[in-house]
Design a binder for this molecule. Structure first.
Ligand SMILES: [Zn+2]
Length: 56
């Protein structure tokens, strides 16, 4: 009864994948996770990297 195979990815709206559902890809999952952790909208692609300069 595959009437509703997979819910849409809440991030981009694409069909979710079993491995990463309810998201369509690890990237979207990371984006959602970033929202929870950072409380801000993370940019899909690369995580924010705070300036980690060499402090003494
Ligand atoms: Zn997605």
């Amino acid at each position: 009864m595959p009437a509703n195979p997979s819910p849409a990815c809440p991030i981009c709206g694409r069909p979710s994948q079993p491995a990463t559902r309810p998201f369509c890809s690890p990237r979207c999952r990371a984006v959602d996770l970033g929202r929870w952790l950072g409380g801000t909208y993370a940019v899909p692609g690369e995580p924010e990297t705070p300036e980690d300069r060499d402090a003494e």
